[in-house]
Design a protein around this ligand. Structure first.
Ligand code: AKG
Ligand code: FE2
Length: 371
């Protein structure tokens, strides 16, 4: 693809949006990494987000709940395990988000992910483009696109790379995975495999923590057909971070999301009451958050957190694995928990989520509420 210089003096990603006439149109959004390279003093107009000052309390939580996965194992001493399950129940209910330690994913695997991700983003733009294919009709996948819905929407200060890692075979012939660095897919596949094990373990523990049967959540997942999407978020250094956002507020349309970050920490915020609070998430630790699908399965006992990413002066990367039941699975509350949720097909839920997102408030989940 030609290097496309526009009025911002940068290069552009293309995104397909639905026009008001119902006809899809292609819009161009700047490649943020290329903009950032120009050493801008001011944040370009298109990236300025209206923020509600009364919600900007600038609170960094002194500490954040952390779950030791070894203490949740069957070999753990029963008293220790019961205590860890109680801690899991409390942080999953209070925050819908927690750090995990002793999770069994070897640091070399996480470092491998960091190396290939940085390797990809260090490539010149033309090489990045040449190295990645496209899912064509699947929005939000491949290199570059974000939640772009209209021409006049304020944009996120981010470049993204998103791929389907499972089920196997979904991308045959599409070559979406970067060819450079050459070990990108292999390294990511290892992380995905280990991340899946961790999420399976957590799904069982979360059910137990809520006094349900350990199988209640995981029964909706399938070793062969569950979906795992990988999304790499790259937030280049931002000239006026207080005016922009890396990712606009959202919940995840997943069962569970597993995240790692590098570059710097302090970008992720979660809405608590009316305040955005910065999650104290150290760089080498893994973070898990409850997605909308688990909120539905738990009938609201677990809540998917409303979260966002603030722009920062330094560059930051995060890698999210979104773990979902197979898209044809019907999920429903395992037990009545007063959340008012009903049976939905996973694929229908996710499609609707992306059709209406981004929204100002947590709105997509209303799709799964009883009338
Ligand atoms: O970058 C982060 O910390 C969070 C990313 C995120 O929320 C997402 O990819 O859905
Ligand atoms: Fe998210």
């Amino acid at each position: 693809m030609e290097k496309d210089m526009g009025e911002e003096g940068g290069c552009f990603h293309e995104a397909t949006i639905m026009g008001q006439d119902g006809i899809p149109r292609t819009v161009r959004v700047p490649v943020v990494q290329e903009l950032a390279r120009q050493g801008l003093k001011f944040l370009p107009e298109r990236f300025i987000k209206a923020r509600n000052p009364s919600h900007e309390a600038n609170i960094t939580l002194p500490m954040f709940p952390s779950i030791n996965m070894a203490k949740l194992g069957q070999q753990a001493e029963p008293g220790v395990r019961a205590q860890e399950l109680a801690q899991l129940a409390s942080c999953a209910k209070e925050w819908g988000m927690f750090l995990v330690t002793d999770h069994g994913i070897h640091p070399s695997v996480v470092h491998g992910v960091k190396d290939v991700v940085q390797g990809f983003f260090r490539l010149p733009l033309e090489e990045k483009r040449a190295s990645v294919g496209s899912y064509a009709s699947i929005d939000n996948m491949g290199y570059g696109r974000s939640f772009v819905k209209s021409e006049d929407q304020a944009l996120d200060w981010i470049d993204r790379l998103a791929m389907k890692a499972a089920p196997k075979g979904v991308d045959e012939g599409l070559l979406v995975w970067p060819q450079k660095p050459p070990n990108f897919r292999q390294v990511m596949a290892k992380y995905v495999e280990q991340g899946r094990k961790l999420c399976d373990h957590l799904l069982q523990a979360l059910a137990e923590a809520l006094s349900l049967s350990p199988h209640d959540f995981i029964q909706n997942f399938d070793p062969e057909w569950s979906e795992i999407n990988v999304r790499v978020n790259y937030y280049p250094p931002c000239p006026q971070p207080e005016l922009g956002l890396g990712i606009t507020p959202h919940s995840d349309a997943s069962g569970l999301s597993l995240l790692t970050q590098f570059g710097c920490s302090g970008g992720l915020q979660v809405l608590k009451g009316l305040n955005w609070e910065t999650v104290p998430w150290p760089c080498d630790e893994l973070l898990v958050n409850v997605g909308d699908l688990l909120e539905i399965m738990s009938d609201g006992r677990l809540k998917s957190p409303w979260h966002r990413v603030v722009a920062m002066e330094k560059e930051r990367f995060s890698v999210a694995l979104f773990y979902n039941p197979p898209c044809s699975t019907e999920i429903q509350p395992v037990q009545d928990g007063d959340g008012g949720y009903k049976k939905v097909v996973v694929g229908d839920y996710v499609r609707h989520f992306y059709e209406i997102s981004p929204t100002l408030e947590k709105q997509a989940i209303a799709y799964a509420k009883k009338a």
